[in-house]
Design a protein around this ligand. Structure first.
Ligand SMILES: [Zn+2]
Length: 196
Protein backbone atom coordinates (compact mmCIF):
# COMPACT_ATOMS: atom_id res chain seq x y z
CA UNK A 1 0.00 0.00 0.00
CA UNK A 2 1.15 3.51 -0.72
CA UNK A 3 1.46 5.96 2.11
CA UNK A 4 -0.05 9.36 1.48
CA UNK A 5 1.31 11.68 4.11
CA UNK A 6 -0.95 14.62 4.86
CA UNK A 7 0.55 18.12 5.11
CA UNK A 8 0.31 17.72 8.87
CA UNK A 9 -1.38 15.31 11.20
CA UNK A 10 -3.14 15.63 14.50
CA UNK A 11 -2.52 16.77 17.10
CA UNK A 12 -2.32 20.25 15.68
CA UNK A 13 1.12 21.78 15.11
CA UNK A 14 2.74 23.38 18.11
CA UNK A 15 3.31 26.73 16.52
CA UNK A 16 0.44 29.18 16.56
CA UNK A 17 -0.01 32.44 14.71
CA UNK A 18 -2.72 34.09 16.76
CA UNK A 19 -3.66 34.39 20.40
CA UNK A 20 -6.43 31.89 21.13
CA UNK A 21 -7.93 34.34 23.67
CA UNK A 22 -8.19 37.51 21.60
CA UNK A 23 -7.00 36.78 18.04
CA UNK A 24 -3.98 39.12 18.09
CA UNK A 25 -0.85 37.90 16.24
CA UNK A 26 1.52 36.06 18.60
CA UNK A 27 4.89 37.46 19.65
CA UNK A 28 7.66 35.05 20.61
CA UNK A 29 9.77 36.27 23.51
CA UNK A 30 10.91 35.46 27.03
CA UNK A 31 8.32 36.81 29.50
CA UNK A 32 9.50 38.57 32.68
CA UNK A 33 10.72 36.15 35.38
CA UNK A 34 10.90 33.32 32.83
CA UNK A 35 13.84 31.74 31.02
CA UNK A 36 12.34 30.35 27.82
CA UNK A 37 10.91 31.81 24.66
CA UNK A 38 7.10 31.57 24.84
CA UNK A 39 4.17 32.46 22.62
CA UNK A 40 3.06 35.74 24.18
CA UNK A 41 0.11 38.00 23.37
CA UNK A 42 1.02 41.65 23.65
CA UNK A 43 -2.66 42.64 23.54
CA UNK A 44 -4.29 40.62 26.34
CA UNK A 45 -1.12 39.47 28.11
CA UNK A 46 -1.77 35.74 27.73
CA UNK A 47 1.32 33.51 27.84
CA UNK A 48 0.62 30.33 25.87
CA UNK A 49 2.74 27.71 27.62
CA UNK A 50 3.48 24.51 25.72
CA UNK A 51 4.19 21.30 27.60
CA UNK A 52 4.88 17.67 26.67
CA UNK A 53 1.98 15.49 25.64
CA UNK A 54 1.29 12.07 27.11
CA UNK A 55 0.87 9.07 24.85
CA UNK A 56 -0.83 6.18 26.66
CA UNK A 57 -0.97 2.62 25.48
CA UNK A 58 -1.22 -1.03 26.29
CA UNK A 59 0.81 -4.18 25.76
CA UNK A 60 -2.10 -6.63 25.45
CA UNK A 61 -1.28 -10.29 26.03
CA UNK A 62 -3.46 -13.20 24.90
CA UNK A 63 -1.96 -16.44 26.22
CA UNK A 64 1.52 -16.54 24.74
CA UNK A 65 0.71 -13.96 22.07
CA UNK A 66 0.76 -10.18 21.83
CA UNK A 67 -1.85 -7.98 20.21
CA UNK A 68 -0.60 -5.55 17.57
CA UNK A 69 -2.41 -3.16 15.22
CA UNK A 70 -1.36 -2.06 11.75
CA UNK A 71 -1.71 1.69 11.45
CA UNK A 72 -4.19 3.19 9.00
CA UNK A 73 -3.02 6.72 9.75
CA UNK A 74 0.12 8.82 9.57
CA UNK A 75 2.70 8.92 10.91
CA UNK A 76 4.03 5.42 10.17
CA UNK A 77 1.09 4.37 8.05
CA UNK A 78 1.04 0.59 7.48
CA UNK A 79 3.45 -0.12 10.35
CA UNK A 80 2.58 -2.31 13.34
CA UNK A 81 2.07 -0.79 16.77
CA UNK A 82 0.82 -1.48 20.24
CA UNK A 83 -2.56 0.21 20.83
CA UNK A 84 -1.68 3.73 22.01
CA UNK A 85 -2.59 7.34 21.49
CA UNK A 86 -2.74 10.80 22.95
CA UNK A 87 -4.25 11.07 26.40
CA UNK A 88 -7.41 13.20 26.42
CA UNK A 89 -8.24 15.94 28.87
CA UNK A 90 -10.27 14.71 31.83
CA UNK A 91 -9.20 11.07 31.72
CA UNK A 92 -6.61 9.12 33.67
CA UNK A 93 -3.68 7.48 31.91
CA UNK A 94 -5.26 4.08 32.56
CA UNK A 95 -8.58 5.19 31.10
CA UNK A 96 -6.79 6.59 28.07
CA UNK A 97 -4.87 3.38 27.52
CA UNK A 98 -8.06 1.33 27.67
CA UNK A 99 -9.88 3.74 25.37
CA UNK A 100 -7.11 3.56 22.77
CA UNK A 101 -7.17 -0.25 22.91
CA UNK A 102 -10.91 -0.18 22.32
CA UNK A 103 -10.64 2.34 19.48
CA UNK A 104 -7.72 0.77 17.64
CA UNK A 105 -8.27 -2.95 18.22
CA UNK A 106 -11.80 -3.32 19.59
CA UNK A 107 -10.26 -5.70 22.11
CA UNK A 108 -11.71 -6.64 25.48
CA UNK A 109 -8.93 -6.30 28.05
CA UNK A 110 -8.26 -6.41 31.76
CA UNK A 111 -5.75 -3.66 32.48
CA UNK A 112 -2.65 -4.69 34.42
CA UNK A 113 0.18 -2.70 35.98
CA UNK A 114 2.09 0.20 34.45
CA UNK A 115 5.01 -1.27 32.53
CA UNK A 116 7.07 1.35 30.67
CA UNK A 117 7.43 5.11 31.20
CA UNK A 118 9.43 6.59 28.34
CA UNK A 119 10.53 10.19 27.98
CA UNK A 120 10.82 11.25 24.33
CA UNK A 121 12.09 14.84 24.57
CA UNK A 122 12.73 15.31 20.85
CA UNK A 123 9.07 14.51 20.18
CA UNK A 124 7.96 16.55 23.23
CA UNK A 125 6.13 13.50 24.58
CA UNK A 126 6.04 11.03 27.45
CA UNK A 127 4.83 7.53 26.59
CA UNK A 128 3.24 5.21 29.17
CA UNK A 129 2.40 1.59 28.44
CA UNK A 130 0.39 -0.72 30.69
CA UNK A 131 0.41 -4.48 30.61
CA UNK A 132 -3.02 -5.96 29.93
CA UNK A 133 -4.67 -9.33 29.59
CA UNK A 134 -6.88 -9.82 26.55
CA UNK A 135 -10.07 -11.57 27.66
CA UNK A 136 -11.70 -12.32 24.32
CA UNK A 137 -10.09 -13.39 21.09
CA UNK A 138 -12.52 -11.26 19.08
CA UNK A 139 -11.08 -8.05 17.68
CA UNK A 140 -12.90 -5.18 16.03
CA UNK A 141 -10.23 -2.79 14.73
CA UNK A 142 -11.47 0.77 14.25
CA UNK A 143 -10.77 3.23 11.44
CA UNK A 144 -7.27 4.05 12.76
CA UNK A 145 -6.15 0.45 12.13
CA UNK A 146 -5.87 -1.49 8.88
CA UNK A 147 -6.00 -4.70 10.90
CA UNK A 148 -5.26 -6.11 14.34
CA UNK A 149 -3.86 -9.50 15.20
CA UNK A 150 -2.07 -11.74 17.68
CA UNK A 151 1.64 -12.49 17.35
CA UNK A 152 3.74 -15.11 19.12
CA UNK A 153 7.07 -13.78 20.41
CA UNK A 154 8.94 -15.25 17.45
CA UNK A 155 6.40 -13.72 15.04
CA UNK A 156 6.80 -10.10 16.16
CA UNK A 157 7.49 -8.06 12.99
CA UNK A 158 10.49 -6.19 14.45
CA UNK A 159 11.38 -4.51 11.18
CA UNK A 160 7.82 -3.28 10.66
CA UNK A 161 7.13 -1.69 14.05
CA UNK A 162 5.98 1.93 14.08
CA UNK A 163 7.74 3.63 16.98
CA UNK A 164 10.88 3.30 19.06
CA UNK A 165 8.80 3.27 22.25
CA UNK A 166 6.82 0.30 20.94
CA UNK A 167 10.00 -1.54 19.97
CA UNK A 168 11.69 -0.98 23.34
CA UNK A 169 8.54 -1.85 25.30
CA UNK A 170 8.31 -5.14 23.40
CA UNK A 171 12.04 -5.78 23.89
CA UNK A 172 11.61 -5.39 27.66
CA UNK A 173 8.62 -7.70 27.59
CA UNK A 174 10.45 -10.43 25.70
CA UNK A 175 13.31 -10.29 28.23
CA UNK A 176 11.09 -10.07 31.32
CA UNK A 177 8.96 -12.98 30.17
CA UNK A 178 11.97 -15.29 30.42
CA UNK A 179 12.09 -14.57 34.16
CA UNK A 180 8.36 -14.11 34.68
CA UNK A 181 8.93 -10.75 36.41
CA UNK A 182 7.61 -7.50 34.94
CA UNK A 183 8.93 -4.44 36.80
CA UNK A 184 8.29 -0.88 35.67
CA UNK A 185 10.92 0.34 33.21
CA UNK A 186 11.61 4.08 33.09
CA UNK A 187 14.00 5.36 30.46
CA UNK A 188 14.32 7.90 27.71
CA UNK A 189 14.84 7.93 23.98
CA UNK A 190 17.29 10.79 23.55
CA UNK A 191 17.66 11.01 19.79
CA UNK A 192 15.21 10.99 16.90
CA UNK A 193 14.49 7.57 15.50
CA UNK A 194 15.98 7.23 12.01
CA UNK A 195 13.53 8.04 9.24
CA UNK A 196 12.05 4.97 7.58
ZN1 LIG B 1 -4.46 37.80 23.39
Amino acid sequence: MISQAPAFYFPAPRTQKFCSQCGTPITQRIPPDDNRVRDVCDNCGAVHYQNPRNVVGVLPVWGDKILLCRRAIEPRYNKWTLPAGFMELGETSAQGAMRETQEEAGAQIELGPLYTVIDVPHAEQVHLFYLAKVISEELFPGPESLEAGFFAIDEIPWGELAFRTVITTLEHYVEDRKRGVFPVHHYDIPVPYPKQ
